[in-house]
Ligand binder design. Structure first.
Ligand code: F6P
Length: 567
């Protein structure tokens, strides 16, 4: 049966469509006329509190959505995912990011092999590397201790570690040799060039993070970094002392200044990464789901291995909740269903991520990849075009800053938008100085007041405030924008782990209902191929006639600019 027929014959989908007909004109303020919405539509698990009461739904909607989840066999799909079945159908493999956060005592036998020992062997190898760097014992080729680590990666090999290292910057381990961690992802080299102009090659180590080890963005940054080191370090030294080598050759530079993280050890070796400096992970870990293992090395360097393990434990707590909690209390299931309701039944196809904590600066960018690269699909698992919308357009920014930027559209624009507000309840407990702590705590309270006020105003519009007379139309707020609020007890390794896992599983729940594969990303491949061909034309000046009129015009403009610069 194709997807269209399935929808036609889906009792739950049809019932939701009929029900949506009645709900579309119901304003959130009417829904809040009944008492007890917060109690009915909020849930807690793994240090997170999820308030879904500001969704434009009723008890009936909720029941119908749960019926849809059951009809789509979400519980069975969860078991298949966590048990390691080949849920990534187009690539015929499991999607086992959850295995990366299993405790050492667990067993997960997949196709005859227990995966847990290999996962923990990698964690142990990471621990040895982190310990060596934190002890100041990892020395560059000239004998000086490494002080700066630059992660070269892009997409999942960049965004996860970047986001988490920012979020957990307060969790720096004490008493260790200081190592600064930096990230360079852009293929234009602008981020890297900035680091190269500031860092000391003698004390800089690069981590090449690439699941495939073929990504041109990362490899071109890596080549630039390698040649920068060769040019500055390779030499014969008459003044060698302090245990430094008298001769610094390329092999020594590679050994002391590069770590590789990849699912392809062969490619790492081919590139020259020393065997001892290779951290491996597995094809069954998707790039955007990979921060939990070796790709998380920069995280472990910033927060220490104990906190990294706490991050894994938090995610594992959410995995257990996902497997065990009944659908009606299951946070990822409910978050996923809220999205389905908005996209497929209320026609709300824009979704904004709004963290109210500066440490979550990169969280929206991280979710943009997680959600849109996973569920930005229009073909079902059985090759049919989906007869309904899938992933909404997702974007976001720190909420307090966005209030002074795009909230205008949320409040008075023409687009309906679903918003996720995310904030920790406790902050600044560890600030030592009393006066500063009091100020910062007051700032935190102010931030939460803004967070709660914005979701209330989006919900109620003009009714959020008592006023005497009517306002002119340009000062009016219609409200009725649905939102979710997620409160963390505090932002810690464990709650952050749970938060990320919550969204990973939300994506899976939605993909299951939409009948699509969230674990491949074929939509990014053709662009890479065409970029390669275009690059050939740019450098060889051969084949321009194959281009369309616009591309030809752009290339000719570029060549003209190059000629002008040369003359
Ligand atoms: O081009 C998309 C993508 O494959 C992402 O899925 C991935 O996270 C990113 O590129 C980086 O890939 P790799 O880790 O193989 O370099």
């Amino acid at each position: 049966m194709n997807q269209e027929d399935r929808i036609d014959q889906s009792g739950a989908w049809q019932a939701l469509e009929r029900h949506a007909g009645q709900m579309r004109d119901v304003h959130l303020r009417e829904l809040f006329a009944t008492q007890g919405r917060f109690a009915r539509f909020s849930r807690e698990a793994a240090g997170l509190m999820l308030d879904l009461s500001k969704q434009r739904w009723s008890d009936e909607t909720f029941a119908l959505l749960l019926a849809l989840a059951r009809e789509a066999e979400v519980p069975q799909a969860i078991t298949r995912l966590l048990d390691g079945e080949r849920v990534n159908r187009s690539e015929d493999r499991p999607a086992l990011h959850t295995a990366l956060r299993l405790p050492e005592s667990a067993r997960l036998e997949v196709e005859g092999e227990d995966l847990v020992p290999a996962v923990h062997a990698t964690l142990a190898q990471m621990q040895r590397m982190v310990d060596k760097l934190h002890a100041g014992q990892w020395r560059g080729a000239t004998g000086k201790a490494i002080s700066d680590v630059v992660n070269l990666g892009v997409g999942g090999s960049d965004l996860g570690p970047l986001m988490v290292t920012h979020a957990l910057a307060d969790y720096h381990p004490e008493g260790v040799h200081e190592v600064q961690v930096h990230f360079a992802s852009t293929m234009d080299g602008s981020q890297l060039a900035d680091y190269l102009s500031r860092l000391n090659p003698e004390t800089t180590l690069f981590v090449l993070s690439s699941k495939s080890f073929t990504t041109i963005d990362t490899l071109s940054n890596a080549r630039t970094a390698r040649d920068w080191l060769y040019a500055r370090l390779v030499c014969s030294r008459s003044d060698a002392g302090n245990g430094a080598a008298a001769e610094i050759d390329r092999a020594l530079v590679m050994r002391q200044h590069f770590i590789g993280v990849s699912a392809s050890p062969d490619k790492m070796s081919e590139w020259g990464i020393a065997a001892a400096n290779q951290l491996e992970f597995w094809e069954w870990v998707g790039g955007r789901y990979s921060l939990w293992g070796a790709i998380g090395l920069p995280i472990a360097l910033v927060v220490g291995m104990d906190n990294f393990r706490a991050l894994l434990d938090g995610a594992h707590a959410m995995d257990r909740h996902f497997r065990e909690a009944p659908l009606e209390d299951n946070l990822p299931v409910l978050l996923g269903l809220a999205g389905i309701w908005n996209v497929n039944f209320l026609d709300i196809r824009a979704h904004s991520i709004l963290p109210y904590d500066g440490r979550l600066e990169y969280f929206a960018a991280y979710l943009e990849q997680l959600e849109m690269e996973s569920n930005g699909k229009s073909v079902t698992n059985d090759g049919q075009v989906t007869p309904y919308s899938t992933c909404p357009v997702l974007w976001g920014q720190l909420g307090p800053n966005a209030q002074h930027a795009f909230y205008q559209l949320l409040h008075q624009g023409t687009q309906p938008v679903e918003c996720d507000f995310i904030a920790p309840m406790r902050r600044y407990d560890r600030v030592e100085d009393d006066a500063t702590r009091a100020h910062l705590k007051a700032q935190h309270r102010l931030t939460l007041a803004n967070c709660f006020a914005q979701s209330r105003l989006l919900m109620l519009g003009d009714d959020a405030i008592d006023e005497d007379g009517p306002r002119p139309s340009h000062k009016r707020y219609r409200g009725n924008q649905p939102s979710t609020t997620l409160l963390l007890e505090r932002l810690s390794p464990a709650t952050l782990g749970a938060l990320i896992a919550l969204y990973e599983h939300k994506v899976f729940v939605q993909a299951t209902i939409w009948g699509i594969n969230p674990f491949d990303q074929w939509g990014v491949e053709l662009g890479k191929q065409i970029a390669g061909e275009t690059e050939q034309i740019l450098s060889s000046h051969v084949g321009l006639e194959r281009m369309d009129d616009s591309s030809r015009g752009l290339i000719e403009a570029l060549w003209a600019a190059e000629r002008k610069a040369e003359s």
